[in-house]
Design a protein around this ligand. Structure first.
Ligand SMILES: [Zn+2]
Length: 380
C-alpha cells in the first residue's frame, strides 16, 4: 500500500507498480525506509502520516487518539497521559485531517439499497447563567445550538457521513450532495428520514430532471417543462410515535415513489421499517464524541473541535469498532489460548459488512495508512 511521494517521479502517487524496495530501518528507528527504483529517492513508511517526525512514541499517540475516539474530552485525555492539552489538540487535528482523507478514499462508488438520514441535537457550549454585559452577548451568540447530521446504510451500519451544522435547508443540501458523491453513478437508494421537510427539497434537487408535461388541449403552446423527481427515486419519511419517551409505533409517509415499491425494498432487506439502529447510533455519538450532548468544558469546544472529533468517530465506527449485531458465526469454533470457552463469532465492522474491507482495522493501522493522492485501480 505504498507509493513514491517525490514530485518529480513518474511513479508518484501510484500503487502496485513494483518500483519500491524496502531498505531496512535507518539508524535503528522504528520505521522502514523505502527506495524508489524509478527516481532513486528514499522515503519513510510514515511519510504523510501524523507519526512522521514526531518525538512521542507511536503507542502513546495512538492511545491518546483512542481515548478521544472513545469519548474522553481533550483536557481529561491530557491529564491521563500527562501531555499538554494543546499537544492533544494538535494530534486530534492532524489525525482528523488524515482520517477524513482515508474515509473519502475508501467510501466511494457505493451500491446501497437504502439510506437513513438523521440529525441529532448537540449542545456545543454550556451557558453560564448570571453573566452580563458584552461577555454575555458574545457567549449567547456562540451558544447557538448545533446539530449533528448523519447518513447511514441500515443493513451494514456503514456511516457515510457525519457532520455538524445548523438545521437548515442549506445544510440538508450539503449533506445530500456529499452523500450523492459517495454513491455509484447508477445508484439511487431508498431514502428514509425524519419529518424535516428540507430533505425532500434537497433530494429533489439531486435526483430530479426536467420533464415535459403532456399537452392538455389539442392546440396552443406546449406547457413549460417542470423539474420532477427521477422515476427511480424512493423517499419516505419515518414518523415515530412516542409514549413516555419510548417509541411505540412507526409509520411511513411516502414523499417520492409509491408505498408498494418502498415496502418492496424494505422487505427485500429483510426488515420492516425500524429506527432502533438510529437510536443506537445517537447513543454511540453521545458516548463517543465528547463535545456532543454534555456540558463541555474542554479545549476545542465549539464547531471546529466538534468537526474534528466527528471525523475521528466516523473512521472509528466504520473500520475499528466491531458491531455486535453484525458478527458472523464461525463455521468451526476456535479454541482460545486460555481456559475460556471457544470463540464462536467472527467480529465484523460496518466497513466489512458493506464489502469495503476484509478485516477489523486497528486504530494504529488506520492512522498509518498512507492515502494515495488520487483513486487507484485496486481497493483496500
Ligand atoms: Zn519515485
Amino acid at each position: 500500500m505504498h507509493f513514491c511521494p517525490h514530485t518529480d517521479c513518474d511513479y508518484r502517487g501510484w500503487l502496485g507498480l513494483n518500483n519500491l524496495r524496502a531498505n531496512g530501518h535507518p539508524s535503528g528507528g522504528p520505521w522502514r525506509q523505502f527506495h524508489c527504483t524509478s527516481c532513486q529517492g528514499y522515503f519513510l513508511e510514515t511519510h504523510g502520516t501524523l507519526f512522521h517526525g514526531k518525538q512521542a512514541s507511536v503507542e502513546r499517540i495512538v492511545r491518546v487518539l483512542a481515548c478521544l475516539a472513545e469519548g474522553l474530552g481533550i483536557r481529561a485525555t491530557a491529564r491521563v497521559f500527562e501531555v499538554d492539552a494543546n499537544t492533544v489538540l494538535h494530534w486530534l487535528i492532524e489525525a482528523a485531517e488524515q482520517l477524513r482523507a482515508f474515509s473519502a478514499y475508501v467510501l466511494c462508488d457505493l451500491h446501497l439499497e437504502q439510506l437513513q438520514l438523521d440529525e441529532l441535537y448537540a449542545v456545543l457550549r454550556d451557558c453560564r447563567a448570571g453573566e452580563s454585559g458584552e461577555d454575555e452577548a458574545i457567549e449567547r451568540l456562540e451558544c447557538s445550538p448545533s446539530w449533528v447530521w448523519t447518513a447511514m446504510a441500515p443493513d451494514s451500519k456503514l456511516l457515510l457521513l457525519i457532520a455538524g451544522g445548523t438545521r437548515t435547508l442549506a445544510m440538508a443540501q450539503r449533506v445530500v450532495h456529499r452523500v450523492v458523491q459517495m454513491l455509484a453513478p447508477d445508484c439511487v437508494p431508498l431514502f428514509l428520514t425524519d419529518g424535516l421537510k428540507d430533505y425532500g427539497t434537497a433530494l429533489l434537487t439531486h435526483f430530479g430532471s426536467w420533464m415535459q408535461p403532456e399537452r392538455r388541449q389539442d392546440k396552443g403552446p406546449l406547457p413549460k417543462p417542470r423539474w420532477m423527481p427521477l422515476p427511480a427515486l424512493l423517499y419516505a419519511q419515518v414518523v415515530k410515535s412516542y409514549r413516555r419517551r419510548r417509541i411505540v409505533g412507526v409509520t411511513y409517509r411516502v414523499v417520492f415513489g409509491t408505498l408498494e415499491r418502498v415496502q418492496q425494498v424494505l422487505s427485500a432487506c429483510g426488515r420492516k421499517i425500524n429506527t432502533a439502529f438510529v437510536e443506537r447510533l445517537n447513543l454511540d455519538i453521545r458516548q463517543r464524541v465528547a463535545a456532543v450532548g454534555r456540558r463541555v468544558n474542554t479545549l476545542g469546544q465549539g464547531e471546529d473541535g466538534l468537526q474534528h472529533q466527528l471525523v475521528v468517530f466516523h473512521a472509528y465506527h466504520n473500520f475499528v469498532l466491531p458491531h455486535a449485531s453484525l458478527r458472523q458465526p464461525l463455521p468451526v469454533p476456535e479454541a482460545t489460548n486460555g481456559t475460556g470457552s471457544a470463540k464462536q463469532w467472527r467480529p465484523c465492522t460496518p466497513a466489512m459488512a458493506a464489502g469495503l474491507t476484509d478485516h477489523v482495522w486497528s486504530l494504529q493501522e488506520v492512522l498509518l495508512f498512507r492515502v494515495p493522492p488520487w483513486p487507484q485501480p485496486q481497493t483496500i
